[in-house]
Design a protein. Sequence first.
Lengths: 452, 325
Amino acid sequence: MHAKLSVVALSVAAALALGACGKKEEPKPVAAPAAPAAPAAPAPKPEVVVKLGHVAPMTGPQAHLGKDNENGAVLAIEELNAQGIEIGGARIKFELVPEDDQADPKQGSIVAQKLVDAKVHGVIGHLNSGTTIPASKLYSDAGIPQISGSATNPKYTQQGFKTAFRVMANDVQQGKALGQFAAKLGAKTVAIVDDRTAYGQGLADEFRKSAEAAGIKVVATEYTNDKATDFKAILTKIKSKKPDLVFYGGMDAQGGPMAKQMKELGIKSGFLGGDGVCTPEFMKLGGEATEGNYCSLPGMPLEKLAKGPEFKDKFSKKFGVEIQLYAPYVYDAVMVMADSMKRASSVEPGMYLPEVGKTKYDGVTALIEFDEFGDLKGGAISMYRYKGGKLEYVETLGGDAVGAIKEVAAEVKDAAKAVATAAADAGKDAVKAGAEAVKDAAEATKAAVEKK
Amino acid sequence: MKRHRKVPFLHVAVDLPKMDIFLQQIINGLVQGSIYALVALGYTMVYGIMGLINFAHGEVVMIGTLVTITVATTLIKAGMPVAVAGLAGLSSAVLACMALGWSLERVAYRPLRNAPRLTPLITAIGMSIVLQNVAMIVWGRNYLTFPHLLPKVNFEFAGAHFTAVQVMIVVVSGLTMGGLVLLVYRTKLGMAMRATAQNPQVASLMGVNSNRVISAAFVIGSALGALAGVMVGTYYEIAHYQMGFMLGLKAFTAAVLGGIGNLAGAMAGGILLGIIEALGAGYIGDLTGGFLGSHYQDIFAFVVLIVVLMFKPSGLFGEKTGDRA
């Protein structure tokens, strides 16, 4: 009897465990109920309510970041409503429809469908790349514009959806900058750890490419998950490889304890991470182990931006807490959406969507313009050092130009290799092909230099 | 022609498992396992007597950690010595969790005493969710940092590093298990517990107040949970309202691995699970030539569990008969 019960309980436990860790599964989009006839276009009445969906994890290990995002959106919406905007002859009242996706791709699709069914006029979010990517399909199918302030995985905007935008540099840009920065720090060997989320894995992959291109050797690749607290086993393994630097692709809740446990194991390597660990929370959790290490954030530091300090003041006055991470980006995302509606003189998704792509908005975080994919144009990446419990600005790396040249340089190298192989084969055609490749690459180099 | 190059594969260093690294992984696993064991003791205690899996036990651990943080941090801020604040934190956590355990049993499980066995299991999962959300409301969504209660002392032995906190965790869980065994086999309450486990009706006919015994099991189990919570907090120095979930799940797995209901089994299962996980994460990549990465460590642990259950369905230390203390 008891044994039987324990088996039942075990399968329940296993189901729960799978629910908790099965993030990599491709979430199936929820069956969409047949959409009723399109809503009647809002007749120009004195007041029109514009519903903006906002999605972020409000529960779970990233709830602190989710709340931060929501605060950014709340602040923007309150300001917009205070301005008393009129669009198409009607007074507009923006209304936030907050949803919690628990940083879980499955839940992300469920709440996305909920927002689609609720006929929101636009969606801000989601926070995580892992939830944003599957959800973006649903928004695209429904024609609802979506602007994320924090989903940095390149795939989000590469699916060919016209509705997907982001107001933050993507991980190709960030990973590149991080790899170059690691070389600048003098690292010869790195260990890479990621949390197997779309964000962590994506960033780690881009970092790897860039680091290897810069001549750094990757001596260990380890994985964890976005709920873990104990990293000693993988860190011990890393210790045996003695890397100069440990790179972590993931969020602060894991990064902080990881940095601390590195110290406890007597690992002397430096620590480097992306935006997910560039938070006050990371330093709080990692304590003194974070001191002197580096991380990157897309964009320029808030203090260096014209409207940055003002935003910081407004934020802390309103919510009584510090900005964690993405709040200014989410704020800008809402503002860009409202701005597009104004320019289109319509709040209907189909009407103002074309205007989102034409955005030229001077936001808190940057002058926001989108490229043809919906990515932020010319996303800069800034590097920071953890110092005395604060983020100290180090430098800004222009993501694009430098990266393009590096890539071309790699192409030249490949082409040269091809020539060598061809010469060895002594096949005339092969030599010709190789020579052509060299020529192409040289031209590309020239173009890239000129572009810069 | 360039300089003569060596054949590339001769360059590749042969990765033999190094002794210091292996020892470090064993220490990692032992500490992690002792934490699982400490939590597993709470599961096994309740299960041994009532046959109920108290899925809310992980949340009791979480409440223990969070209460300690609140009390200890406040007292340290008020200028109390760290040792006093730590002890005060620990005792208030133990008291709070005992009260919580008692009320859990009273509110959620006692009314279902005679219900089919799956019903209290579902209630337990429900209570777990309720407690998580209560904690979220009370302590907020952010991660909390656990105050430094023990001085940072690092030891090094044959190239492996460990801290005073890790030693304490292993010692405390060993002592706790010893204490529990004494309680169950050497005291009157323990005898009453074993009697209730065998047959509640007959035990009550013999003058055992089975309600009181069951309450006692919950209260003691929850006190252990609080203790585990303080250990976890001191070790990782972070806490969060969802920290109990995975911990509870792993501890439950450990209890099943060792034979749920058996105190020594919980201890052995916990430590075994911890070590399997550490070795899995440490060597699975090398063993499979990089095909399986360290994120498969849980799979490693669960495969071991399944294999053990196939050959010994009642766990390593579980007895074949259904009922046990």
